[in-house]
Design a protein around this ligand. Structure first.
Ligand SMILES: NC(=O)c1ccc[n+]([C@@H]2O[C@H](COP(=O)([O-])OP(=O)(O)OC[C@H]3O[C@@H](n4cnc5c(N)ncnc54)[C@H](OP(=O)(O)O)[C@@H]3O)[C@@H](O)[C@H]2O)c1
Length: 263
């Protein structure tokens, strides 16, 4: 078995009560990291803690409830957990909307939730990582960073912005053992996407919808099915590991081959 050498590392994963975030928190906990998980409510956080402990009984995990789209919650997080070795900026929202209907407030909200939340947490934790001489920051971006969806331009904008921020932050860490990378999942079967599918599938069985989706909406997928959250988490856990020390400033795809370039 490959040892990712994460035992005892302190990790924080934003938006990790379900979906990709929860799978990342679980993978890090399974590798022995001390993980803080996050969602907006005490109820969702404690349900997620029980669920993770169900699959990793010896996990060292704690919870932090707070809406990390706000500076107040970020400040409170910093008071409770003043330093982490690994920061995964996973929190992100998405919604389809025609361009003409995306209001100024929508643009601001998407920027604040998807970009500024991660910028703020990185600013808070980066200097500690540099002082201690080791750290990992990972931004969970999307294939939409490269293939801007015509019906989610505001979302695509935030995912491209994350690439710019992560590359720039990596530059600022040159010569240190702190790495900053972006991971770009493709269509992944998370609860958020499940709700989205329910809304647009018109009651079709999931398997039928999935087959059609990869024929018509994402025909370039090589995987031809939704990615599992665990498949995304495996890559993220590796990037967070000391083994990934030479991977820095990169945009790493776990998109099932949807994006049609090899670099
Ligand atoms: N699923 C995909 O196909 C896909 C593809 C590419 C990229 N991504 C990216 O992957 C990330 C996760 O997506 P997902 O599909 O796993 O999402 P999801 O199923 O909608 O889960 C979102 C998580 O974020 C939490 N959350 C939402 N707003 C929050 C806030 N303001 N503060 C703190 N926590 C908050 C939710 O917890 P509570 O409800 O407990 O607050 C939940 O744990 C996003 O950045 C997304 O853009 C997803």
């Amino acid at each position: 078995m490959m040892d990712l050498k994460l035992t005892g590392k302190r990790a924080f994963v934003s938006g990790s009560t379900k979906g990709i975030g929860s799978a990342i928190a679980t993978a890090l906990a399974r590798e022995g990291a001390r993980v803080v998980i996050n969602g907006r409510t005490d109820a969702s956080v404690s349900a997620a803690l029980s669920q993770i402990l169900g699959s990793v009984p010896n996990a060292t995990i704690e919870g932090f409830s707070g809406d990390l789209a706000t500076p107040q919650a970020a400040e409170l997080l910093g008071t409770k957990f003043p330093s982490v070795d690994i920061l995964v900026n996973n929190l992100g929202i998405f919604e389809p909307k025609p361009f003409e209907q995306i209001s100024d407030d929508d643009w601001r909200r998407f920027f604040e939730v998807n970009v500024l939340s991660g910028v703020r947490l990185s600013r808070m934790y980066l200097s500690g990582m540099k002082d201690r001489g080791w750290g990992r920051i990972v931004f969970i971006s999307s294939e939409s960073a490269i293939n801007t969806p015509g019906r989610m331009i505001h979302y695509g904008m935030t995912k491209t912005a994350q690439l710019a921020v992560s590359r720039g932050l990596a530059e600022s860490c040159a010569g240190t053992a702190v790495t900053v990378n972006a991971v770009l999942p493709g269509p992944t079967n998370s609860p958020g996407v499940g709700e989205f599918v329910n809304r647009i599938s018109g009651g079709k069985p999931f398997a039928e919808f999935e087959k059609e989706f990869f024929k018509t909406v994402r025909p370039t997928s090589l995987l031809k099915r939704f990615i599992n959250t665990e498949e995304v988490a495996s890559l993220v856990a590796y990037v967070c590991s000391p083994l990934a020390s030479a991977t820095n400033g990169a945009a790493l795809r776990v998109d099932g081959g949807v994006v049609q370039t090899c670099f």
